[in-house]
Design a binder for this molecule. Structure first.
Ligand SMILES: Nc1ncnc2c1ncn2[C@@H]1O[C@H](COP(=O)(O)OP(=O)(O)OP(=O)(O)O)[C@@H](O)[C@H]1O
Length: 276
């Protein structure tokens, strides 16, 4: 559904940010896009959403190039930026005006989501707090039922209960034909949600792996003594957080540990472990 071939991009008077970046993602996944500050996550999301134009290379979303702004594609992409300004209108007026751009918009779902987020639909959007505005945009994005939902740092500004509600909403509100890309540094907020991890560095996707494969091939554990086959470890109040090849048990992927291990140069392979 999302195919990127040899994408190159540079901001004006800046050195190239992406150089021949390629990517192929099937429909129906929740993708976590990770990377250090300035790696280009927001820029890549904007390119995918048709808000920026590549210098060269092709982006293809459901067979269409987002930069052509075809209405049939625009009505299937919803992008929630990290920072945004809301107009001075009441929530219900905004929804009445903008929902019609999204043919699959589900008003009942929207009402349910704003109830869960404890938002008041009679409130003026411009007078909402940062976290409330963010919750409104997330609720609108999910209710849009767009085939591609792009969320840039969605949990920044959300209070602790809202982060859990966010996870439940995303997990519960999606159809099989929807793909969600979440760019975040708050990996704990999405750890139980995402199906795969993309890691961007130096203008390239340097890691592209499903959570299920990672949990089959590697163990992420807290131990008091370093095991023999430790690939990467970090000191922890309980001893060590360690990454090892799988011993046959599956363990939940610790994305922060994984991220640090990749940055430390640990090599991950595609082979399934043999425990016979
Ligand atoms: N409008 C712009 N003009 C020029 N340079 C820009 C612009 N927007 C971003 N950049 C630069 O492009 C690079 C990538 O920025 P981007 O915001 O995509 O990174 P990011 O991975 O989302 O970063 P962060 O994690 O800090 O949010 C940075 O070096 C940034 O300074």
């Amino acid at each position: 559904m999302i195919t990127i071939n040899n994408l190159s991009f540079a901001y004006k008077k800046q050195k190239p940010l992406f150089n021949e970046l390629s990517l192929n993602e099937r429909t129906g996944q929740i993708i976590g896009l990770l990377g250090k500050n300035g790696a280009g996550k927001t820029t890549l999301l904007q390119l995918i959403s048709g808000l920026l134009t590549p210098k060269s290379g092709q982006i293809d979303i459901n067979g269409l190039n987002p930069i052509n702004h075809a209405p049939v594609l625009l009505e299937q992409i919803y992008f929630v930026p990290e920072e945004f300004i809301m107009p001075s209108v009441k929530m219900h007026s905004y929804v009445n005006g903008y929902a019609s751009f999204y043919p699959r918009f589900d008003k009942a779902l929207f009402n349910e989501l704003i109830k869960q987020f404890e938002l008041d639909e009679n409130k003026n959007l411009s007078k909402m707090s940062h976290g409330q505005k963010k919750k409104f945009r997330i609720a609108f994005a999910l209710a849009s039922k767009c085939q591609l939902i792009v969320l840039d740092e969605p949990t920044n500004g959300l209070d602790i209960p809202s982060k859990a509600i966010f996870r439940q909403m995303v997990a519960g509100a999606l159809e099989d034909d929807q793909t969600v890309i979440i760019s975040t540094h708050q990996v704990k907020d999405v750890e139980t949600l995402i199906d795969k991890i993309l890691l961007i560095d130096n203008g390239q996707i340097i890691f592209d792996e499903s959570i299920i494969n990672l949990s089959e091939r590697y163990n992420f554990k807290i131990v008091s003594h370093l095991p023999e086959h430790t690939l990467y470890s970090e000191l922890n109040p309980m001893g060590y957080k360690v990454l090892t090849p799988s011993d046959g048990e599956t363990s939940e992927v610790d994305i922060e540990l994984l991220f640090n291990a990749i940055n430390d140069g640990v090599k991950f392979n595609n082979e399934k472990p043999n425990h016979e």
